[in-house]
Every structure is written in C-alpha cells, then in structure tokens.
Design a protein around this ligand. Structure first.
Ligand SMILES: CC(C)(COP(=O)(O)OP(=O)(O)OC[C@H]1O[C@@H](n2cnc3c(N)ncnc32)[C@H](O)[C@@H]1OP(=O)(O)O)[C@@H](O)C(=O)NCCC(=O)NCCS
Length: 166
C-alpha cells in the first residue's frame, strides 16, 4: 500500500531556492483555490465533483504545493494495480518556472516503491508538460487518437519504468 502521506511528504522542503515551498496532502478547504487554478489552466477543467470524488478514492493521492502559504499547484495520482497513473497536474501561471510542477511529480514518484510503472496522457500540443515529463524520465510510447474529443486532439501516452534495477 501507499505509505501514509504524513510520514512521507509532509513538510518536504525541496531545494534551498525553494525553501518556502511545501508539498502536502490536499485538503477539502483547498478546493476553492484549486478550482480557480484548474479553470485557468485547462480547456476542459475538472469539476468540483471530480475533485470531491477523488477524496473518496482510497487509491488516489492528492497533493498541493504551497508557496509562502499560497496554493501554487497540485497533482493527483491514482494507484491502479502496478501503475502510478498521473491524473492531474497544474501550476498557477504566476508560479511557473520555479520547479513546482517538477517537485509535485517527484514527490508522487518518491512514494512509488510498490509500483512498476508511472503513466499519463498529455495533449500533443502541450510541449511544456511533455518536456517536464521527459526531464523526469518518462518516454513517449504511444498515441491515443482524438483522446480529447472536444478539440479532436490526440493524447501522447508517456510511461516511466520504476525500480528497473531492484
Ligand atoms: C506543465 C506545468 C505543470 C509545469 O509546471 P512548472 O512548475 O512551471 O514547471 P517546472 O518549473 O517544474 O519545470 C520543470 C521542467 O518542465 C519544463 N518546462 C517548464 N516550463 C517550461 C516552458 N515554459 N517551456 C519549456 N519547458 C518547460 C522544463 O523541462 C523544466 O525543467 P528546466 O527548467 O530544468 O528546463 C505548468 O506549465 C502547467 O500547469 N501547465 C498547465 C496545465 C498542464 O499542462 N498540466 C499538465 C497536464 S498533462
């Protein structure tokens, strides 16, 4: 099972430059701020209900990045069989290019001992996110045609093999 977040990521201070950044478990009281970020970042944002449903899933891990006390971003993964699936990731535009997205994904991956791979879908046009995932060792392994049906956009399927040498 995924270890309790309180033992693994609470108070995870990332680098000297990011000493005001804390990655912690998402709380219901964060949802208003998260929904504002979600609506700023995505053409088809998740609804409040989608986030609330994820709070109820025992296989979902919900993290927020708090920068100097302000919610700057969040990430959600689903732990399904042997896969850590990255279901959502966003950083508020005002807080980008400070390593926050990378820190969120690294935190999810740091708690992946029991999983053989991490996977996700990303829009073909999302060069920024594809570059971030490649930097973290994800490979582009397939295409899901018209995955984003409203715009008829393809998804690139990316995976990272975990613990290959263990
Ligand atoms: C994708 C996203 C989460 C990145 O968050 P971020 O905090 O700005 O990213 P980081 O500062 O951690 O950058 C980490 C790496 O991502 C890549 N990256 C980040 N911003 C980039 C940009 N503007 N152009 C190109 N590459 C970029 C780089 O590889 C960077 O590493 P480097 O600085 O060593 O080159 C953010 O742009 C975002 O919220 N976008 C909208 C929502 C989204 O697309 N979510 C992902 C859905 S799959």
């Amino acid at each position: 099972m995924f270890p309790p977040l309180s033992e693994t990521v609470s108070g995870c201070h990332v680098t000297e430059m990011q000493k005001d950044l804390i990655i912690r478990s998402m709380d219901h009281k964060d949802l208003d701020e998260i929904l504002k970020i979600e609506e700023t970042c995505f053409k088809t944002p998740w609804s409040r209900k989608s986030f609330e449903n994820d709070f109820k899933k025992d296989f979902a891990v919900l993290l927020v990045a708090e920068y100097s006390g302000v919610i700057a971003g969040y990430a959600i993964s689903w732990l399904i069989v042997d896969e850590l699936h990255i279901a959502n990731l966003a950083v508020h535009p005002d807080f980008r290019d400070r390593g926050i997205g990378e820190s969120l994904i690294r935190t999810l991956l740091a708690n992946s001992e029991n999983y053989s791979m991490a996977g996700l879908e990303v829009r073909r046009s999302n060069k920024t996110a594809r570059k971030l995932y490649k930097k973290l060792g994800f490979e582009e392994v397939g295409v899901r045609k018209n995955y984003y049906v409203e715009e008829g956009e393809d998804a690139i399927l990316m995976i990272k093999h975990l613990h290959q040498n263990t």
